[in-house]
Write a protein that binds this ligand. Sequence first.
Ligand code: NDP
Length: 449
Amino acid sequence: MITNEYLKRVYDDVTRRDGHEAEFLQAVREVFESLELVIDKHPEWEQAGLLERFVEPERVIEFRVPWVDDSGAVRVNRGYRVQFNSAIGPYKGGLRFHPSVTLSVIKFLGFEQTLKNSLTTLPMGGGKGGSDFDPKGKSEGEIMRFCQSFMTELYRHIGQFTDTPAGDIGVGGREVAYMYGQYKRIVDRFEAGVLTGKGLTFGGSLARTQATGYGLCYYAAEALKHLKGTSFEGKTVIVSGSGNVAQYAAEKCTQLGGKVVAMSDSQGYVYDPKGIDLDVLFDIKQNRRARISVYAQEVPGSEYHEGCKGIWNVKCDIALPCASQNEMDADGAKALVANGCIGVFEGANMPLTPEAIAVVQGAGLLYSPGKASNAGGVATSGLEMTQNSMRLSWSFEEVDERLHTIMTNIYQACYDASVECGKPGDLMVGANVAGFLKVAEAMMAQGIV
Ligand code: NDP
């Protein structure tokens, strides 16, 4: 509940102007509820119109993306880039290609990204972009032509000191490479820092591919140790999704002694009581780009179930939602609680509905919002930009070690902020407050801009 007058007034304004943007409103509400705990200490924020500015993107770009499919037909998609907040650095945040992409989705992601990037301690502002283009079932040529057309408009809005996109759902190394090629061709400059998640032969960073999933497990391990005196060792784990984040979350938590028994895609989930065979998973997803159901056809003893939401009924100790927003509702959360789960750490952005969060927190489970626990991806993108500026590349171990340190520090910052707010161990409040305070301080210092 939002009770503070200033927060309420700004939230009502957002509802009035952007009420149709459900995901964006949901994200703003969650953050504002946390800010209740600090707002009274900062009367200067209201005078400076800080929150009004904080919820308004600095710039929203929407554009046409025409391309020609393999049959020669012209197709048109809609492209977006939301440059949300540059108080602490150039806008930074991924590009999502998925039919569910709308301005609301991109705005919620850009808003979250601002706080997430602040938590990494690196100098990165918040932004996000994408298109309602569906890469599924498209040929290589179609993917390339789409990416080139998308960049033909986007290039004029980005740059290593302005805005530096990366991947997200539907945008992996292949798509980033096509977009980078087109950017370089248009601007006639090898400006590596403009995009992250690049291939290793042209400025990419080792460990960037693994970073979000690995970082999630480093963060979860820290929270489990500090708040529950335990670890992944011997724990049964569910990882929803089977894309970039899910694959490497599954790999790292297996390395840390956990057993991943279920994974999913948007159609259904697989259950393997022996623990997911990662070699088979990587082959299906990375080499063959096939559905998760193929896993059950090839691995004896495993099962496939239609419908991705059923995954939360699988008994587990730890849940890592790594697919998409609002993938877990109150029923899913109740099933986890009933099965004795001790912690839910978000790998995806906003995968739990507000009702699911209330169930999980109400039952005393550890809970971390994605803006903290999945920040390893963008943090390592920041390290990729650092290497690009220095014109050198670090070893896998060096990047991984820095990632580990960053995630430990993010956990500590969230925990410390939760204590300062009088809610020790509430990592949602901790993440929102710690992320916001740095952005607020930078915005206050820079005047009314
Ligand atoms: P990918 O495209 O690699 O994988 C997405 C996975 O989620 C796929 O298994 C996909 O299934 C599934 N999925 C997508 N939409 C839905 C849906 N509506 N319901 C159920 N399942 C769905 O994306 P990423 O792994 O990169 O991203 C996953 C999440 O992590 C997103 O929320 C993203 O914003 C977040 N994230 C990603 C980062 C990164 O570095 N990549 C960094 C930080 C956060 P299917 O194949 O059937 O579509």
